[in-house]
Design a protein around this ligand. Structure first.
Ligand code: SF4
Ligand code: SF4
Length: 534
């Protein structure tokens, strides 16, 4: 693999680096033979002619090539004007201070590189160093924004050419990072390369309208228009939940009826609506547990309030604020005591720590994670459990947003330790965890060969951790369970397990936390978890 330097970033080249399967970090058995692994597909020439593909061997944002020189210059101008806004208090009061610190104080020690799963899994490809992306922005910032930068910038930070290629490559490179902040955790100066990536995404979205369709048009925009990024309106969601309740009653032998729009309930529960479509047993299991525990709870049929997703967290502060306000307004309207977030990590962070910076005072409804509520229920004695029903190997994935970035580490662990006799941790875990590789929106993005990129590169470390956690018996006959209490992580884990055929080859299935809880309830018919691939 060729060494890559930051100054090469704006140079003419068909692409800056290429991805070859054999450069990636090897996986443990039974995936240790390159010839048995799926090949990494190359982009077709037609795609390369139409879209900007000059970064690596893949594309995430599918950016059309500008047609004229003028168009290129206009895009560079807009980028610079967006960069300028990023460093003003009026335009970026949410993140200006940590951004400025991160931009101005890097010691170039590279401690952050060792922490990054994308860099490690790629076989230490320079392009994916956490600080590489930041250095590109840093050089532009020092050269074009700082007084006297054209002269002093290149001496203090190193030079860079700013042209359309630099801008377009930076847009793509902002989507080679999971925003997991593992690098920020290890930086001796507390600098946050994840935040810098987030801010780069903001320039492209807020100032240039450049953003992956999956996050914006089919994500936030659809959610604000219809009510959910799944495209479901309230009537469709209610029909689905009614069907799920019936199914749960059949499976468990219990009465299950999800309450809707119950004014004055203690809890407004908000699920990631993707669960309702892809994993109905998850909202179903929540209903079984909440009803069995006798909680006062409700769902809301107000637009947006039945879908916890808030993709703005990953790319656009204005979209984040619009969705967070709708969630809080629905809770106010129902006069609930608090909002509880279901199994969705990014929704946790968006509606708690980030929304704290954007919600006006009267909309600051108390908000809580489902993890703490579930812990409280499991240890309250209100429901009886038989852990021997969960007597199969279980490991726990730590969703970055919930665990490293919010500190919700123990509640879910206490539950699995209590209910799963064969529980084993991944190494490392807790706040030291590795991202599933689907973070920051990747789990729902698969244009062209970006899917294989997120399985082979960003998801590789998590797959390695899962294989290692179950290495005592990887035979397909022994069923194993990866507990991932986050909808996006679950989607990414499902996709890479399918890509590597890990259910057939190693008997590895995945699911949420509530499914394990219901599976161990003595009042429920045995066999709630079905060992079938889905
Ligand atoms: S660890 Fe911190 S100071 Fe060192 S290179 Fe990374 S961001 Fe810069
Ligand atoms: S935020 Fe995560 S994925 Fe992004 S550079 Fe840092 S460690 Fe790597």
């Amino acid at each position: 693999m060729k060494k890559l330097k930051v100054k090469d970033f704006g140079m003419p080249a068909e692409k800056l680096t290429s991805l070859d399967l054999e450069d990636f970090k090897p996986l443990p058995p039974p995936y240790d033979k390159w010839e048995d692994l799926p090949p990494f597909p190359k982009l077709e020439d037609k795609v390369k002619e139409t879209y900007e593909c000059s970064l690596d061997d893949t594309i995430a944002i599918v950016l059309p090539q500008p047609k004229t020189k003028e168009e290129e210059q206009e895009l560079v101008r807009k980028f610079l004007s967006g960069l300028e806004k990023l460093f003003t208090k009026e335009n970026n009061w949410t993140f200006l201070q940590p951004l400025t610190l991160s931009m101005e104080h890097c010691a170039k020690c590279q401690t952050c590189s060792d922490a990054c799963h994308v860099y490690e899994s790629s076989g230490n490809n320079d392009l994916y160093r956490p600080s590489f992306r930041s250095d590109v922005l840093r050089r532009i910032y020092f050269k074009y924004l700082k007084p006297g930068g054209k002269f002093y910038g290149k001496w203090s930070q190193g030079d860079i050419d700013l042209n359309w290629k630099t801008v377009a490559r930076l847009a793509e490179l902002a989507y080679r990072c999971n925003l997991c902040r593992r690098c920020a955790q290890t930086c001796p100066l507390g600098l946050d390369n994840g935040l810098i990536t987030h801010e780069i995404r903001k320039i492209f979205s807020q100032e240039m309208g450049i953003v992956p369709k999956e996050l914006h048009e089919r994500g936030s925009v659809l959610q604000l228009k219809v009510g959910s990024s799944t495209g479901m309106n309230a009537e469709v969601v209610k029909d689905n939940i009614e069907f799920i309740d019936e199914d749960m009653a059949d499976k468990t032998g219990m009465t299950v009826q999800t309450p809707w729009d119950k004014e004055g309930a203690d809890i407004l529960l908000i699920h990631n609506a993707g669960e309702i479509m892809a994993w109905p047993e998850n909202p179903g299991a929540f209903a079984v547990i909440f009803e069995a525990a006798g909680l006062s709870w409700t769902l809301s049929s107000d637009i947006v309030a039945y879908d916890a997703i808030n993709y703005g967290l990953w790319y656009d502060d204005t979209m984040l604020a619009k969705v967070a306000i709708k969630h809080a307004e629905a809770a106010k309207k129902l006069k609930v005591k608090k909002i509880v977030l279901g199994e969705c990590g990014h929704a946790h962070k968006a509606l708690t720590v980030i929304a704290d910076r954007v919600l006006p005072g009267d909309l600051r409804v108390p908000r809580e994670s489902a993890m703490t509520i579930l812990e409280e229920i499991v240890f309250s004695g209100r429901i009886k459990f038989d852990p021997s029903r969960n007597d199969f190997p279980v490991t726990l994935h730590d969703p970055c947003n919930m665990v490293r970035l919010m500190g919700i580490v123990e509640p879910q662990r206490k539950v699995v330790r209590h209910l799963c006799p064969q529980f084993r941790e991944m190494t490392p875990h807790g706040v030291e965890n590795y991202c599933c590789g689907g973070g920051s929106g990747f789990a729902i993005m698969s244009p062209y060969n970006f899917g294989p990129w997120r399985f082979n590169v960003s998801g590789r470390k998590k797959f390695e951790q899962i294989l290692n956690a179950f290495s005592d018996d990887l035979s397909p006959e022994t069923h194993k369970y990866v507990c991932a209490p986050c909808s996006n992580c679950k989607g990414q884990i499902r996709d890479f397990l399918a890509y590597f055929d890990a259910f057939e080859k190693c008997g590895i299935l995945y699911g949420g936390l509530v499914e394990l809880i219901v599976n161990a309830m003595t009042d429920v018919k045995p066999g709630f978890i079905e060992w079938e691939w889905h």
